[in-house]
Design a protein around this ligand. Sequence first.
Ligand SMILES: *[C@@H]1O[C@H](CO)[C@@H](O)[C@H](O)[C@H]1NC(C)=O
Ligand SMILES: *[C@@H]1O[C@H](CO)[C@@H](O)[C@H](O)[C@H]1NC(C)=O
Ligand SMILES: *[C@@H]1O[C@H](CO)[C@@H](O)[C@H](O)[C@H]1NC(C)=O
Ligand SMILES: *[C@@H]1O[C@H](CO)[C@@H](O)[C@H](O)[C@H]1NC(C)=O
Length: 445
Amino acid sequence: MKVTAGGDLPHGKNNHQQGTTLRSTPKTLLLVTLTLIILTVVPLYYPLHRYPSTTTTTHASATTAATISPVYHPQDEVIIINDNHHKCDVFSGEWVPNPDAPYYDNMTCWAIHEHQNCQKYGRPDSDFMKWRWKPDGCDLPIFNPYQFLEIVRDKSLAFVGDSVGRNQMQSLICMLSRVEYPIDRSITKDENFKRWYYVSYNFTLATFWSPFLVKSEEASADGPTHNGLFNLYLDEFNEKWTTQIDEFNYLILNTGHWFWRPALYYVNRQIVGCRYCQVENITDYPMTFGYRKAIRTAFKAINSREKFKGITILRTFAPMHFEGGEWNEGGNCLRKKPFKSSEITLEGVNLELYMTQIEEFRRGEKEGKEKGLKYRLLDATQSMLLRPDGHPSRYGHWPNENVTLYNDCVHWCLPGPIDTWSDFLLHMLKMEGLRSAEEKSHVKG
Ligand SMILES: *[C@@H]1O[C@H](CO)[C@@H](O)[C@H](O)[C@H]1NC(C)=O
Ligand SMILES: *[C@@H]1O[C@H](CO)[C@@H](O)[C@H](O)[C@H]1NC(C)=O
Ligand SMILES: *[C@@H]1O[C@H](CO)[C@@H](O)[C@H](O)[C@H]1NC(C)=O
Ligand SMILES: *[C@@H]1O[C@H](CO)[C@@H](O)[C@H](O)[C@H]1NC(C)=O
């Protein structure tokens, strides 16, 4: 990652470190790993376009693996994954062409949100769908929906955050749609709190709307920039999600763009400052002031749940790409291909937001560890910085429609670049399997 060489970075200068070679891997680990891989990796050996389109579930075993494909060598897969695990930073890399993408479209997937259904609104080009992420030190496999659903069988995953989090969930539903569609098991009619259920896999996917992560309310629908002024209670849990997480195995948190908006910052129910509120005698702080405290409070909420035992994943923010003006001043995102990592650097406010997230993540992780809780980073920022071509721009609505974000350079077209977040997520879940296998083998001695 190009950002900085700071020691706090989750990755970066670790590519020199030697990976554990297969020879030095303890036998027990290898066996456990092998079993895990056989259970979960096997469907990878179907070329993607040959996936059966039925909803039959796959219970792969070593025997069927052998008959499925004569080129199947489980050991090779073990080596590759160990390699990834020990020395490859999957979040640092480049976009490379992928003629096989996309893996769904707006006709095969109903889950695409209106404003991200770029085909429907006439986006003429399709090259932006045809890239995959290539980490510098290894390969990131394209998402395998069968494998994913096997791993999350009998489990549950919740997205907590803003509309980019919803964007990610819809991408995941579309990526899984070749295997199965979920049924709606929402407990409220509020579209911001959806609950989806995969019947064949007993897998629950939920979304909790909380763009600031903390308790907040709209103080005025207008405000200094005419897109709302918010009261943010920076030290208060947003109980709409914090009281609901206990049953979940995975939480994917995200937050970002809403902190650009004017806000009054409260601590202890007292105004301590604001962001661009234009009120006399109230200290104006940079947006990272509220951002830092809000993320800290969210992690504190998670760490304070007695019954929560899940893994907390922070999906780092995805930069927006307005050029030629701000979002409300005619700015737009018209590029047609990704940047190379040499062409753009995370800097300015984006860098500050990113570092704030990483610092607060490390802090939350440390506190969580004391309670036996796991924290992981889905570090999407660098890969998304390189994708100015993946936003809806003016293809998120009909040309004559009156919408707030006329040129949308914040969200992501589906299909599109954030389908890669499912690749990242699956990779992380596989690593999780390896880690727990390792932990078990350490316990055994
Ligand atoms: C899908 O996109 C096509 C254009 O490629 C459009 O004509 C159609 O209305 C869209 N369908 C849906 C269901 O969004
Ligand atoms: C479904 O998964 C839940 C855990 O998420 C588990 O408690 C329950 O027993 C599972 N149901 C079946 C039918 O396996
Ligand atoms: C701002 O602070 C000054 C000095 O304390 C005070 O005189 C003034 O009335 C305050 N203005 C407002 C709007 O509270
Ligand atoms: C667009 O909608 C806003 C708010 O609903 C309204 O104030 C504005 O006049 C509308 N503009 C047009 C061109 O219809």
